[in-house]
Design a protein around this ligand. Structure first.
Ligand SMILES: Nc1ncnc2c1ncn2[C@@H]1O[C@H](COP(=O)(O)OP(=O)(O)OP(=O)(O)O)[C@@H](O)[C@H]1O
Ligand SMILES: [Mg+2]
Length: 242
């Protein structure tokens, strides 16, 4: 898998002052796949993503993207390399239209040049956004906001799209719809990382999974080989993981 890894994280640790949030985390995100990172509240999911995005400075370890060391680089440089994150909480620009929100995602020169085709792809994947293109984001439903946040992230034309907790606060039927759109995003050639608390759904939609508990990877594997029950035991620290 290594030769194909679009992103390789090795021995990553992160601290907030004296508190250690990540311990020696290593992961591989193979090109063209959907990878899920599953963990409960406070497991270190956002810290991991923020370390990858250059928002949190890791205290040890290395992040390589497409063969290049990007550890500790500025966020803008990381985005320019082809990594984008759709942050937790589906934040959108409330007083801008759907259309304007999407364009905000194409702020780098390369994406700006190709904004029309990128916009067409975003609307093709999320037809609900096309219907609302002139409306202010503040009037969107929770599910539409999440779509807009993902659509905006896609506008930078990432090779790797990282989604932090897509299902947070959304009704199951809406989550199902968004997950199936994620499959379309992946089909369009984007490697996707899903960060989730929701075990069943993440396993169902991804090729490879990692379980993060208290800042450590405690389980990983092809999702076809991971049992929901075992993942839940690891996740909740029950059974043989107690
Ligand atoms: N800015 C910060 N300062 C101090 N501690 C922090 C900070 N951000 C996170 N932490 C701590 O680091 C640990 C990991 O937090 P993190 O937000 O990465 O977890 P998470 O898996 O994303 O959780 P959630 O599911 O709640 O989003 C937690 O114990 C949290 O309290
Ligand atoms: Mg988080």
């Amino acid at each position: 898998m290594d030769a194909n890894a679009l992103m390789a994280i090795d021995g990553l640790s992160a601290h907030y002052g004296d508190f250690q949030a990540l311990y020696d985390v290593s992961m591989r995100f193979p090109k063209g796949k959907i990878i899920s990172i599953i963990g409960s509240n406070g497991a270190g999911k956002s810290t991991l993503l923020n370390s990858v995005m250059g928002i949190v400075k890791p205290s040890a370890g290395k992040v390589c993207f497409a063969g290049k060391d990007v550890t500790g680089k500025r966020t803008s440089a990381i985005v320019a390399n082809g990594i984008t994150m759709s942050p937790e909480g589906s934040s959108v620009f409330e007083d801008m239209s759907v259309h304007e929100n999407l364009l905000m995602g194409a702020y780098l020169p390369e994406a700006r040049k190709r904004k029309d085709s990128l916009l067409a792809r975003a609307y093709e994947i999320f037809p609900a956004l096309k219907e609302k293109e002139k409306q202010l984001a503040t009037f969107l439903s929770g599910g539409q906001r999440q779509m807009l946040a993902i659509g905006r992230a896609l506008m930078s034309d990432p090779k790797l799209l990282i989604c932090d907790e897509i299902s947070l606060g959304l009704a199951p039927v809406v989550v199902g719809d968004i997950y199936s759109r994620i499959l379309d995003v992946n089909e369009s050639g984007v490697t996707v990382v899903l960060v989730e608390q929701e075990v069943k759904r993440s396993l169902e939609y991804s090729d490879y999974g990692y379980v993060l508990v208290k800042g450590r990877v405690v389980m990983e594997g092809e999702t076809k080989d991971l049992s929901e029950e075992e993942v839940k035991e690891a996740y909740f620290g029950t059974g043989k993981y107690a």
